[in-house]
Write a protein that binds this ligand. Sequence first.
Ligand SMILES: *Cc1c(COP(=O)(O)O)cnc(C)c1O
Length: 355
Amino acid sequence: MNTWVAQAIRTIEADFNRSSDTHLIPLPLPAFPGLSLYFKDESTHPTGSLKHRLARSLFLYALCNGWIRAGTPIIEASSGSTAVSEAYFARLLGLPFIAVMPRGTSEEKIRAITFYGGQCHLVDDPSTIYDESRRLAETLGGHYMDQFTYAERATDWRGNNNIADTIFHQMALEPHPEPAWIVCGAGTGGTSATFGRYVRYQKQKTRVCVVDPENSVFHESYYSGRTDCRCQGSSGVEGIGRPRVEPSFIASVVDRVIRVPNTATYAALHFLEEVLGRKCGGSTGTNFYGVCTLISEMVAAGESGSLVTLICDDGNRYLNSYFDPAWLRAQGHDISPWLDCYRRFYDEGVWVPVA
Ligand SMILES: *Cc1c(COP(=O)(O)O)cnc(C)c1O
């Protein structure tokens, strides 16, 4: 085997070896005896999001496939976080890295990519990032990493310390170790595919619920069975929601998809800051709306059990957007009715979404 490739694989494994597991944080629910809720905090990876796992897997997959050699430029289409994590690994391996991203991507993420020595190539129309990445890779003789195609297969879904495996180990001593639901968003769809396959392989009763923001095709595609759905522009929640049905979204292992209004997502972030004492990234707000929906259904059905969801990244990445009252106002989002709704849910156990 090529010695550079062998050394590169060793370098990535060494990064893993230096890392510790991420925390599973309980949120007590006094208004719901018999139910427990946990947040898997993926913001503590070295590059600040669950995309650290994905980037590691994609690099290993590409190296073992013979797609990356010494000096190969790496190109990726990304809405931000994947590019941050891949820039980190590209630098570890001494490879040039270019991220193709929509122009609306947050300043914080662009700064993080350039911090790790990556270049940002911004495009006006988010739906062009794929073709533009392919074109750049061809022109430069580079490798287009293509997270949206390979996320579902680069991760070992059977276990091997994937995100599902670690959650089930961390749940072992909890009152309900086998979650009734795992709730996550879909960007590539890779995370929901890993959860869905893992719970089937492990013969768990856990169901997987995907939450989908406004201006994204996953909800429509899931319930219509169509894979040619399209929409324009970005979803409004960085990391989740896509303008096309990504190849890594494996609908057959998802049990449910819930559509979430963006105002409800942003309000949930502010509410979670009150009860968790910390700022979570945008997709955590979307997750929490899904959790509220499922909990109210479980209560109505007289069920007890646990739910697990994710903190995919930290809210401090979004101080100038979701956490900025002026930004919310300018975008036309009044979060106060939703804040009341979440407080009532938490304090009184009553879930009445804003009409
Ligand atoms: C990528 C991402 C997700 C969704 O994960 P996928 O595995 O790509 O579906 C959720 N939240 C954030 C912040 C992300 O960056």
